[in-house]
Design a protein around this ligand. Structure first.
Ligand code: KIV
Ligand code: ZN
Length: 512
């Protein structure tokens, strides 16, 4: 058995299914390039047949990323598979990922198919896919809750048709580590041609055990691929977190004995990019990438770490990218230094005009803030992408008045399809007044389901990063905005969310 563990990242597909985490094509491209820098083996770029937008994203990523295999999800039917294969055509290395539910519950209630029909569809769909591409992954959806005898029958058949990876999802996060590990082990020993495929684990985090279950699938079950997402992003309680899996396998190499291709020093930048793009804030005590992950507050711990670091640290913060947490640029930094730092952070801005625009914004920020951190640059560039493209709404300026004992009032100037408009309103506070001022003009009718402010680099001089989550007609979107003035950041975030509400096309969901 190989001693290489394949890291399959599905942030852009399963992660994006998280309500409000939908990303634009440019945002996905930027994250895909960062995943390539991180040396992820396989990037699941989307679900090409679910919408034209997803098709274009998968295609753009397949055109631009060279070093990772690019994968598209597809339901096990000819139309979806052909569409996914079409999107993957430009890929240096492409993979089709077919899925079909195999649990009694899903077959009967969701698919309304008999087990024999499911068996036949699984077999024929892999046969069809294999004629289009050599690298085929098959996932029996809700695999962990499927009847093992039936599952063995299906898996043997799809391997015989040419599936090269077998992925066993715990779709609803029901598994327990020991049981899941043994489940994979039993499947591998019972399926006669199991050695012809790489076995993969895909765990959801509903009971908080996605990482533990995945590791058990590797250690007990012998799986050699883990499907995961940055920051554990994903529907409900999320997916298995990439950074935790990677650091567990690296830190406990004595136990797992496995090799990884991942370049861990890019973990933190990737985590931040995903968090800032989606508006899903990373909790401070999150393993590996949380703000406190390497902070020692207690005197005894601090003293111990100063004397010998391994008294209380099992990983080195700089190995996952924390050393970048220092002043990187300032007011006197030039355009070249700015451009180089963007490249080091994995931000690929396409045109010189875009760089000039981002640099002008950087200079503006440096005038107001003496120390510029990597976090500021990432926020500034993600703000650049969400607020200054060809969107419906764009922020221009804001003025507001608030005084103790008086009701605050705001006036916001913004563009609607390139035309300048002004909205005015009072409100409970300056943020409330500003967002009501925008809404008084836009009349979106959207309900705000989340508003959060985060100080990007931890001081009052810091930029505030605001996330606004809006819900309208069953759709949920996140908008993110950053500025040293949190009222301005809030207005930008609100306009960014309105842009997403305005532009996002309907999709087919992967889990029925
Ligand atoms: O959780 C799941 O079952 C999935 C499949 C589509 C692989 O994401
Ligand atoms: Zn999933």
């Amino acid at each position: 058995m190989s001693d290489k563990l394949i890291i399959f990242d599905t942030t852009l597909r399963d992660g994006e299914q998280s309500p409000g985490a939908s990303m634009t094509r440019d945002e996905k491209l930027r994250i895909a390039r960062q995943l390539e820098r991180l040396k992820v083996d396989v990037i699941e770029a989307g679900f090409a047949a679910s919408s034209n937008g997803d098709f274009e994203c998968v295609k753009a990523i397949a055109e631009s990323v060279r070093d990772s295999t690019i994968c598209s999800l597809a339901r096990a039917n000819d139309r979806d598979i052909a569409r996914a294969a079409e999107a993957l055509k430009p890929a240096q290395s492409g993979r089709l990922h077919l899925f079909l539910a195999t649990s009694a519950l899903h077959m009967e209630k969701k698919l309304r198919m008999t087990p024999d029909q499911v068996f036949e569809q699984a077999r024929l769909s892999v046969r069809f896919a294999r004629n289009l591409m050599a690298d085929i992954e098959f996932s029996p959806e809700d695999g962990y809750r499927s009847d093992p005898d039936f599952l063995c029958r299906v898996l043997e058949a799809v391997i015989a048709e040419g599936a090269t990876t077998i992925n066993v999802p715990d779709t609803v996060g029901y598994a327990i580590p020991e049981l899941y590990g043994n489940f994979i082990k039993d499947l591998r020993s019972r399926v006669p041609n199991s050695d012809k495929a790489v076995w993969s684990v895909h765990c959801h985090n509903d009971l908080g055990m996605a990482v533990a279950n995945s590791l058990a699938g590797v250690k007990i079950g012998g799986a050699r691929q883990v499907e995961c997402t940055i920051n554990g992003l994903g529907e409900r309680a999320g997916n298995c977190s990439l950074e935790e899996i990677v650091m567990a396998v690296k830190t406990r190499k004595d136990y797992f004995g496995l090799e990884l291709g991942i370049d861990a020093k890019h973990i933190l930048a990737t985590s931040r990019m995903v968090s800032q793009t989606t508006g899903f804030v990373v909790q401070p005590n999150k393993a590996v990438v949380g703000a406190n992950a390497f902070a020692h507050a207690s005197g005894i711990h601090q003293d111990g770490v100063l004397k010998a670091r391994d008294t209380y640290e099992i990983m080195r913060a700089e190995d996952v990218g924390w050393s970048a947490n220092k002043i990187v640029l300032g007011k006197l930094s030039g355009r070249n230094a700015f451009k180089q730092r963007l490249q080091e952070l994995g931000v690929a801005i396409q045109s010189e005009a875009d760089i000039n625009q981002a640099f002008a914004r950087f200079k503006d920020l440096a005038d107001r803030k003496s120390e510029i951190f990597d976090e500021d640059i990432l926020a500034l560039v993600s703000d650049e992408c969400v607020s200054h493209g060809n969107e419906q709404y764009g922020f221009i300026s804001l003025s507001q008045h608030s005084e103790t004992g008086e009701r605050p009032h705001a006036s916001v100037v913004f563009s609607v399809e390139g035309l300048e408009v002004r909205g005015q309103s009072d409100g409970n506070g300056p943020v409330d007044a500003s967002l009501k001022a925008i809404e008084s003009h836009v009349k979106s009718g959207a309900e705000m389901v989340l508003y959060s402010v985060n100080a990007i680099s931890g001081s009052t001089e810091s930029q505030g990063e605001v996330t606004v989550r809006l819900q309208n007609s069953g759709r949920v979107v996140n908008g993110v905005g950053a500025d040293p003035d949190i009222v301005v950041a809030s207005a930008k975030a609100y306009l960014s969310a309105l842009n997403k509400l305005h532009s996002k096309a309907d999709r087919v969901a992967a889990q029925g």
